[in-house]
Design a protein around this ligand. Structure first.
Ligand code: SF4
Ligand code: SF4
Length: 68
């Protein structure tokens, strides 16, 4: 079983400047700000499932670990 992070786009406040998950992720280029969608987006194939982004996000239930 392998889990990756996923952002619930409707909850994400990245448009207002939040980048906490991006700063917390140790994997390069894995969570990025999507300038079109105006939310943080996880590159699932890069995500190592470390879950560091989950507590970094201050919006409840905005980032979830999804089992693939
Ligand atoms: S689970 Fe870890 S590797 Fe994956 S996006 Fe979150 S911080 Fe990055
Ligand atoms: S920490 Fe949460 S609210 Fe902030 S950019 Fe990441 S997913 Fe969005």
């Amino acid at each position: 079983m392998y889990a990756v992070a996923r952002v619930t786009e409707a909850e994400c406040t990245a448009e207002k400047g939040c980048r906490l998950c991006i700063a917390a992720c140790p994997e390069p280029n894995t969570i990025n700000y999507d300038f079109n969608k105006k939310v943080a987006v996880v590159h699932e194939q890069r995500c190592k499932g470390c879950e560091l982004c989950v507590p970094a996000c201050q919006v409840q239930k905005c980032i979830s670990m999804i089992h693939l």
